[in-house]
Ligand binder design. Structure first.
Ligand code: DAH
Length: 378
């Protein structure tokens, strides 16, 4: 048996006996590494006579192939054994609770809007929307607030600059035309106009959404949320308004003892206009809605503005006010959320602090959670 044959048999025997991947790697380097004995043998081919090379060349190459195959086979066997060992030793305990994945929550404003949509859906209302970038006509004029109307001054409106309103629009404000002047809507009332124009009468809608005013303190933020309501039909009167608001507030606050007081007021878009107050009572130092506001220890809280839609508004929207009447209201969603869920700083609503959201947010998986109330918190 040639010397080459002997070395090869020894090497393969050692490879087959290797116990670990590290030991196997050492054997590979010893044979096939740069300074390995097979590599060195291959280098000697250059000095051989052509005849000798013809015999030795194939023999050395064959040896290299066999050794490499043996290493690959042993490597696979060792890896397989390692896997078997891990499978045998590592077990999965399926009874262990899974780690809690971080979960977002529903913002109280979204929650309250969902609750409102649900209550009003039961009363036959659908949800309408309008643009937050509104024009002067929809936001003011069509709501019976002409250019010079003093009520406009109360709105602290964010106007857009007149420039850059496309081809032909000269940069002078006269050329733009006051009616087309763009602004961030100051209330959801323009959706009344858009809905009447788009769908005619009869109508029963609510319009929740963002509104903007240049105002900021503990109870005012430059962006806040309102919900508008509008009913247009034949023979509608103030009694329908009162019943609708009462039914809605009882459902929303989940109390049967909600008492309303309608106070005469003024809004350009309603006639007559009423301010709606809701009775509260003192329960251990906290104001809780419900009960007769006139009784000792009770009081009234101003909640929303409403009234019978002004004839002029119905005309502006292209309907005949002798045929169609209706009522409307507008109220602050953020305020409603604060009242129902006991939050006291409006600014925290829009800070985006996840700790606040974790505390006051609602689980998306319990939606809709009208009757669940605070208990629905995640
Ligand atoms: N748009 C009014 C505001 O933002 C609220 C309001 C009052 C809306 C009376 C109405 C209404 O629809 O009838 O101050």
């Amino acid at each position: 048996m040639s010397e080459l044959q002997t070395r090869k048999d020894e090497a393969i025997a050692a490879i087959d006996a290797a116990e670990t991947l590290d030991a196997l790697e050492a054997l590979r380097v010893e044979a096939l590494g740069k300074q390995g004995w097979i590599s060195l043998l291959l280098k000697t081919l250059g000095q051989m006579s052509p005849e000798e090379r013809q015999i030795q060349g194939p023999a050395i190459q064959a040896t290299r192939g066999e050794v490499a195959d043996a290493i690959a086979a042993r490597k696979a066997a060792l890896e397989n054994a390692e896997l078997e060992r891990r499978l045998a030793s590592e077990t999965l305990d399926l009874s262990l609770p899974a780690p809690q994945a971080p979960r977002g929550s529903v913002h109280p404003v979204s929650q309250v809007m969902d609750e409102l949509a649900e209550i009003f859906a039961d009363l036959g209302f659908s949800v309408a929307t309008g643009p937050e970038i509104e024009d002067d006509w929809h936001n003011f004029t069509a709501l019976n607030m002409a250019e010079t109307h003093p009520a406009r001054a109360m709105h602290d409106t964010f106007y857009f600059p007149d420039e850059g309103r496309g081809e032909g629009a000269a940069s002078s404000s006269e050329a733009v035309g006051r009616q087309e002047r763009m602004l961030l809507r100051t209330h959801t009332s323009p959706v009344q106009i858009r809905s009447m124009v788009a769908q005619g009468a009869p109508i029963r809608i609510i319009a929740p959404g963002r509104v903007y005013r240049s105002d900021s303190d503990a109870t005012h933020t430059p962006m806040f949320h309102q919900i508008e309501g509008l009913v247009i039909d034949r023979d509608i009167h103030l009694g329908h308004l009162k019943w609708t608001l009462e039914t809605f507030l009882k459902a929303f606050f989940e109390r049967d003892d909600i008492v309303l007081r309608l106070r005469p007021s003024y809004f350009p878009f309603t006639e007559p206009s009423v301010e709606v107050d809701v009775g509260w009572q003192d329960v251990k130092g906290r104001r809780v809605l419900g009960g007769d506001g006139d009784a000792p220890g009770h009081g009234w809280m101003e909640l929303l503005g409403s009234g019978m839609v002004n004839r002029r508004v119905i005309e502006f929207a292209g309907l005949d006010p002798d045929e169609w009447q209706g009522f409307a209201w507008g109220l602050g969603v953020d305020r409603l959320a604060m009242l129902k869920y006991g939050m006291d700083d409006l600014r925290a609503f829009f800070d985006g602090d996840v700790r606040w959201l974790a505390h006051y947010g609602f689980s998306a998986f319990d939606q809709p959670s009208l009757s669940a109330g605070v208990g629905a918190r995640a």
